[in-house]
Design a protein around this ligand. Sequence first.
Ligand code: PEP
Ligand code: MN
Length: 263
Amino acid sequence: LVSRKKKAEDTIININGEMVGQGEPSFIFGPCAVESQEQVTTVAEAIGGKGLKMIRGGAYKPRTSPYDFQGLGLEGLKMLKKAADQYNLAVVSEIVTPHHLEEALDYVDVVQVGARNMQNFELLKAVGSINKPVLLKRGMSATIEEFINAAEYIIASGNSQIILCERGIRTYEKATRNTLDISAVPILKQETHLPVFVDVTHSTGRRDLLLPAAKAAIAIGADGVMAEVHPDPAVALSDAQQQMNLPQFDEYYDSLMKFMKQY
Ligand code: PEP
Ligand code: MN
């Protein structure tokens, strides 16, 4: 059902008035994790000030170590929703288990399925039965075919509002956190009718690569870019190495807008 052969036209998803997949790139910015009301409100103000429509922030964090910050859970979602409402933003946030889905839906507009859960088939079926867009991230060791099959689980359960998100894959290369598989973008666009995003933060894991990676994503035809923004990355409770602070975010966004005008 996700195949171009089944449906030739691009799927366009209306998120808070933004027509994702319609041609113009969309953007999802926000902190790695929700840490406090003040933190998310500050970031929401910066995002809203640019006329953008979405904010991200993890409340249920899938961390590699059980001793790392696990996220604020439902309380975090409430904080994010409050900040988002103030600046007319849609909330994009990761859900890690079907058990959290129902309580989260009051606060989340776009349900993110993270890389570690790309093949959590029960979660895929659960998000397939809701009437909200799903941002599905590529598993860190998933082939493109497996990625497409994960999206198929969601659409087969009844939900066709799916955004695919390339977020880097595991290779032997250590210069970046993951290896951004940029060619996945046009392949996914050819094989499916779904919008395709690139998460430049988790793919590169490097602040200095966020801009060139986003340019590459847009140039190769991505429908959107995701990147992490935090008021004070040095003290962030997760992903301190790779988030932009607010002045960096301003500069980043300006540079991307200039880049896009060249087309
Ligand atoms: C995230 O976007 O917050 C995240 C954990 O990313 P990924 O699932 O791609 O690692
Ligand atoms: Mn992160």
